[in-house]
Design a binder for this molecule. Structure first.
Ligand SMILES: *[C@@H]1O[C@H](CO)[C@@H](O)[C@H](O)[C@H]1NC(C)=O
Ligand SMILES: *[C@@H]1O[C@H](CO)[C@@H](O)[C@H](O)[C@H]1NC(C)=O
Ligand SMILES: *[C@@H]1O[C@H](CO)[C@@H](O)[C@H](O)[C@H]1NC(C)=O
Ligand SMILES: *[C@@H]1O[C@H](CO)[C@@H](O)[C@H](O)[C@H]1NC(C)=O
Ligand SMILES: *[C@@H]1O[C@H](CO)[C@@H](O)[C@H](O)[C@H]1NC(C)=O
Length: 399
């Protein structure tokens, strides 16, 4: 039950006054994984790619790709050419996805694609500890080396699990575990996942796998349906035109979960058991995943619960309590003042960070007491971090 908890200072990017704000926007990183349709077979016939790149898949200087040597380069099709090396790669959904995101969210900055898909792979081969899994994590971590924010995972897989009744039956659990493990290893428990429901498959148990995909019940996991998308003459893979449609669908789905909207009440029970962060009083409350990996002040802790809104601690310390609208006990625990750094275009100003712990009705006895001590410790380290950064800012200013 106890596991890592992340405490994040919202708005603390502004703590670093020396940062050139026009450079401050982190690269938006997406992991592409699964099997052949994610890798891309559009335009491949008899082992040869026709080289035709649809206009929606054209390169853009804002779209990068992490190559097999873990270096960023301008992305172009086929995205998986040096990753899924034993197959002929063609058009997949990745470039269209990135181009449509840029078109619709121009403020998102550079996009970094991390291709990881391998044709023909089944879900068991992606289990935590496997080569494919490890490669994915290594590549994701390498992608963060020069800064950035992992924004999401695009996942298209399942065909290889449709042949055997038992595998199909176990698919849902295996897939959920895969998503949960990756999120946990990337330390981003709310990381958006957009996956694709298979429309057809070679195996007899396609309907079981498809149902599992459509029914995955984890927060911030969306499923787009490949039904109706045209297969190419091989009868096995999406053609380029279908990949163009799919890439746009993936972008639509991602933008829905990326939006900085208040997390709906009740949406986050499952992952929410283990996450919390400090929230700034002056800023809108962004979903946690937007804050992960910002390379800010991050403190980890153990075993604290989050209330169903996915934003606030369920745990409480001593202090004044009140019952909120949802019937949970709300306790204000502490506040921290820090100095927001003077940026290029703004004055330094103090800002209050408030930590609120909310108790859930189904809280287990004992958790609270145990957690409150930890909260105190965390607050202390957060305060220290904040005041030393503020001090550094002050020092800088007097230079
Ligand atoms: C910040 O970066 C931009 C873009 O490279 C540059 O034009 C500007 O001069 C930089 N400003 C400072 C204060 O370094
Ligand atoms: C691909 O191979 C099949 C079988 O060998 C052949 O019938 C077909 O004409 C080939 N298609 C192309 C486009 O070369
Ligand atoms: C490609 O095939 C070789 C030889 O079978 C194998 O060792 C390697 O793991 C394969 N690579 C991928 C990415 O599938
Ligand atoms: C998954 O693929 C691996 C490698 O091809 C194979 O050994 C294994 O039996 C497959 N597992 C399932 C559940 O299909
Ligand atoms: C590719 O996707 C299509 C559409 O969902 C599906 O019918 C097909 O089985 C997939 N092929 C593979 C090899 O995953």
């Amino acid at each position: 039950m106890l596991s890592l908890v992340w405490l994040i200072l919202l708005t603390s990017s502004t703590l670093v006054s020396t940062q050139n704000l026009s450079h401050a926007k982190p690269k938006s990183i997406f992991i592409l994984a699964g099997q052949s349709n994610m890798s891309g077979r559009g335009g491949v016939t008899n082992g040869t790619w026709d080289g035709i790149v649809p206009p929606q898949c054209q390169p853009n200087s804002q779209i990068l790709r992490l190559n097999s040597e873990l270096k960023w380069e301008t992305a172009h099709e086929p995205l998986h050419r040096d990753i899924d090396v034993n197959k002929t790669c063609g058009i997949g959904p990745g470039m269209v996805f990135a181009n449509s995101i840029l078109e619709r969210e121009s403020g998102i900055g550079e996009i970094g694609l991390v291709p990881c898909a391998i044709g023909g792979t089944n879900i068991s081969e992606w289990a935590r500890g496997s080569n494919l899994y490890n490669q994915l994590v290594v590549r994701a971590q390498a992608a963060l080396n020069h800064g950035g924010l992992i924004r999401g995972i695009l996942w298209y897989q399942g065909e290889s699990d449709t042949e055997n009744r038992e595998d199909a039956r176990l698919y849902k659990g295996r897939l959920e575990k895969f998503f949960t493990d990756v999120r946990s290893d990337l330390m981003s428990p709310m990381l958006p996942v957009v996956q694709v429901a298979l429309a057809s498959g070679q195996g007899n148990y396609l309907h079981v796998v498809r149902k599992a995909q459509l029914e995955i019940d984890l927060p911030n996991v969306r499923c787009v349906d490949a039904k109706g998308l045209q297969l190419q003459p091989d009868g096995l893979h999406l053609g380029s035109a279908a990949q163009v449609r799919l890439g746009k669908m993936l972008a639509d789905a991602f933008l829905q979960i990326m939006a900085p909207l208040p997390v709906q009440s009740g949406a986050s029970k499952r992952w929410g058991e283990e996450v919390f962060f400090l929230s700034g009083t002056k800023k809108p409350k962004f979903p946690l995943f937007l804050l992960m990996h910002l390379d800010l002040i991050t403190v980890d802790a153990m075993g604290l619960a989050l209330q169903p809104d996915g934003l606030h601690l369920t745990t409480m310390a001593q202090g004044s309590e009140k019952i909120n609208e949802e019937g949970a006990v709300e306790t204000k625990v502490d506040t921290v003042d820090y100095r927001k750094g003077a940026g290029q275009d703004r004055e330094a100003e103090p800002e209050k960070v408030e930590v609120t712990h909310l108790s859930r009705r189904d809280e287990k006895p004992g958790t609270v007491a145990e957690a409150s001590g930890k909260v105190a410790q965390i607050l202390q380290s957060a305060k220290e971090a904040v005041s030393s950064t503020a001090k550094a800012d002050d020092d800088k200013k007097t230079e």
